[in-house]
Design a protein around this ligand. Sequence first.
Ligand code: IPD
Ligand code: CA
Ligand code: CA
Length: 272
Amino acid sequence: MPSYVEVAAGIAREAGALINGFLARRIGFELKGEFDLVTEADRSSEALIVGRLRKEFPAHSIVAEEGGERAGSSEFRWYVDPLDGTTNFAHGFPAFNVSIGLERAGELIAGVIYDPTRDELFSTEKGAGAFLNQSPIHVSKTSRIEASLLATGFPSRKRHLNVNIHFYYQAAMLSHGVRRAGAAALDLAYVACGRLDGFWEFALNPWDMAAGVLLIREAGGTCTDMRGAPLDLRGPHILADNTALHPALLALFSQIFAGQYVFPLPEINRAG
Ligand code: IPD
Ligand code: CA
Ligand code: CA
């Protein structure tokens, strides 16, 4: 019998092929609220994934971004982001993915993240390590922010409430750079395989993080909130990194939370 991760991987590949088909046709998008895009690809991918999961595991619960909760009778719960990076997808910017995570009695036990444009499948099972297309992956060893490449994201909803620009600016001044590619699950996968040294974001949802958090932990990394407390998938923020960088990033963020900026923002009248 195939394992949970094998089933999820097959489903994620199918959903990725479906999304690639929509990409080739350059379909339009609709607005979910004022800024939040949603496309036929999000909905079709979710219908495919949820249909397959329900068939394979009828008793399991499913939490999926475009359809909400489907309560089940067992202790298993799937978190599904059918298309993470919708804004990128809608513009033809190739940074999006399918993310599927599985929790048992509140503990993450399996996850897959599939990037259909690069045909990269990240997969993990609790206690079994983390993989990219079957090869084991590990986080980087960088322990200094000054030598790190970081990533973050900004929400499409409620941007006026987001304080991340403060964190972005300080971290960008100190590190080799802070990428903002627009697909949180892929950012987490890149921390797991060492392409990035750390990632943080405010106000993500469980379906953005479930698979990536287990992937990072199984690859030797650490995920907490940005103040160092245990990560809650429904909590206000996440800090995910290679473990070596964790103390330095927590120290930096604690200064920024306290309003103690090292680098003041430049004045606009100095431009040009
Ligand atoms: C979004 C992306 C983005 C992050 C947003 C998410 P979606 O997911 O992961 O990188 O900054 O907060 O909502 O809506 O494209 O699935
Ligand atoms: Ca998402
Ligand atoms: Ca999504």
